[in-house]
Design a binder for this molecule. Structure first.
Ligand code: SF4
Length: 351
């Protein structure tokens, strides 16, 4: 295992390298297309061999090896053929997680660790270890595409995208412009940060927004998400609503359901007050019970009641499966376990 970071950590570094080899934007775009889509660089009537400058053709094997080294499969924990948690080894040996979701979805990590420190999340336990470069984020998509198609990318894995916004937005631009992902199928998840609401409307590729709410109570939210910005919930919903109306993508509200914490009738009433008339979808996510975290998920009956109660009041609501949870538990748990045992003990599955 090396501890050296790749020289191609960010898309901007890759572009500079290509420019130094005499590439024009069309060459850069074709290389980005081929890499992110796991496709040939050739196009009908225009093979890469004649299209790319000679200096790039000579250097291509080295660049391809460095791109492949950005994200390597360290372990795969399949729930079935379509859904699996992937443990991804980065160029410096750090581990991140991606999740193959049903119906062509992929959840990617944006950081190793996370500084928000949500009390119900394993990823936040060790704090922030390092940022992922934009190329490392795209590399997770390329890695997943070696296993199966990817048509939707959600930025909901390890890390808070708002804390690494330049890299996340650079990755989103590549996936939306060269990576063949529809813009509405790029979903940036945040705990709510003013930088996100300022930057997203200005981007050429505007992702859909997922807002991790978890409660309507500001005091409780400060306890559950200790390092999230202290923006009142009412204000967060207003900011998200403005973006949803501008982009015409509904805001996806994320709510990890924890028994006795945020599953009360009072919460349901306040959700109705907050979201009635809003362009919004409420996603309830059952808490994943993991060692060392003293929370439980509500009963199946209670969760079904909550979904039904909101639907009856006109709030689009779904109970989301936490993909792969039956194999290796919550976000960050796979990495935490891998770090706690020798690397040789991890089951490695070839891509
Ligand atoms: S839930 Fe998301 S924001 Fe909170 S600690 Fe985990 S990775 Fe970070």
């Amino acid at each position: 295992m090396t501890s050296e970071l790749s020289p191609l950590l960010r898309i901007a570094l890759l572009r500079s390298r290509l420019q130094a080899l005499g590439c024009k934007p069309c060459h850069e775009d074709r290389l980005l297309r081929g890499w992110s889509q796991v496709a040939s660089y050739d196009r009908k009537g225009s093979p890469a061999a004649s299209f790319f400058p000679a200096a790039l053709r000579a250097e291509l094997p080295v660049i391809e090896a460095q791109l492949a080294g950005l994200a390597r499969l360290h372990g795969a924990f399949p729930a079935d053929h379509e859904v699996a948690r992937l443990l991804v080894e980065l160029s410096d040996g750090q581990l991140a997680e991606s999740v193959l979701l049903p119906r062509g979805g992929l959840c990617v990590s944006t950081q190793v660790g996370c500084a928000v420190g949500c009390v119900f999340c394993m990823s936040g336990r060790a704090g922030l270890i390092r940022q992922l470069g934009s190329a490392e984020i795209v590399a997770q998509v390329a890695l997943a595409r070696h296993r199966r198609k990817v048509e939707k990318v959600v930025f909901m894995g390890m890390g808070e995208p708002a804390h690494n916004l330049d890299n996340v937005l650079e990755a989103i631009a590549v996936l939306g412009l060269q990576g063949d992902i529809a813009h509405k199928n790029l979903v940036l998840s945040t705990v709510g940060d003013e930088r996100v609401f300022e930057r997203l409307p200005l981007e050429s590729v505007k992702p859909a927004l997922a807002l991790s709410l978890h409660t309507t109570d500001d005091t409780l939210r400060a306890r559950l998400l200790p390092n999230a910005p202290r923006i009142p919930v009412v204000e967060l919903v207003e900011l998200a609503e403005a973006y949803a109306r501008a982009t015409r993508y509904p805001t996806q509200y994320q709510w990890t359901l924890i028994e006795g914490v945020n599953d009360s009738d009072a919460e349901l009433e306040r959700i109705v007050e907050l979201l009635t008339g809003k362009y919004a979808i409420m996603n309830f996510i059952p808490f994943n019970e993991v060692d060392g975290l003293d929370f439980r998920r509500p009963s199946a009956e209670r969760m079904a009641f909550m979904v039904g109660a909101l639907k009856q009041r006109g709030i689009i609501t779904q109970l989301r499966d936490s993909a792969g949870q039956e194999v290796e538990g919550a976000c960050g748990q796979l990495r935490a376990r891998a770090e706690a045992r020798p690397k040789s003990a991890i089951r490695v599955v070839a891509a």
